[in-house]
Design a protein. Sequence first.
Length: 249
Amino acid sequence: MIKALIKRRLWLWKNRLISSISIAFIFPILIILLIIVPFKSIILYSLSGIIYESWVYPGFIFLITSIGIFPLLYRDFFDLRIHQKLLANIALTPYSKSTIIYSYLVCAILEAIFFGFIAAIIYSLFIPTNLIFLDYSILLFLVTLHLFLLGNFFITMCLSINSISIMWIAIFCSFIFITLGNGFILEFEFFPQIMESILRYQPFSFSYQSFHMFLSLNIVDWKLISITLLIVYFWILFNGFFLRKKFQQ
C-alpha cells in the first residue's frame, strides 16, 4: 500500500510541479527571514554559549518537517473525508486499519523529509553549519521518529473534527505549539518554571531533546527514544481503531 500511496503522491506533485516546488523553496526562506533572523538579533547565543544561528539549525529542520507532514494528512483524513471522497474507497482495501494508518504516515513522512532536505540546503546557503555525517544520521532518525508521533496526532485531529472552522482553529493552535512549544526556536529555559517543566515532559519534544543531548554530550538517550516508540506504536493502533469506527459510521 505504501508503494501505491507514493505513486499517487508523485502523480499529484507532477500535476502541480511548479507550485509544489515553489512552496518547497519559498516556505523555508520565509521561516528564516520572519522567525530566525529576528530571533538571531535578539538572542545572540544560546544558554549553553552556542551562536544562535548554529543552535537553531536542528530546530529549523524539525520545524519545517513538522509543518511539511501536515498537507497530505489533512487532505486525506479531513478534507476528502468530510466531502465523502476517501473513506469508502479505503474501506475496500484488503489491509488492516492500522496498516492503512502506518502507510499514510510513511508516505507523509517521506514528503516532509524531502521538504526538510531542501530547507537544509537553503539554510546552509545563508548560514554555515558544522554538523558531520553522524550528526545528520542521528538527526534523520530522530526527525523521522518525531514525525511518526506528530503525524499520529494530526490524524487523530483530522478524524475527530468535522467542522471546517473548528479545524482551522485547531490547526492554528497546533502550529503555534509546534513552533514555540518544543524548543525548536526558543529554549525551554525562557519559559516560566512550571511551563518549562510541562514542555520538557510532553512527548512531542522528546526527539528534539534527544538530538541536542547527542550534540552536547555525545549520548543517545534511549529512554526518551523508547518512550516515543511505544507511544507511536500504541497511537497507530488507536488511530486504526478510530478509523474503523469512522468506517462504521
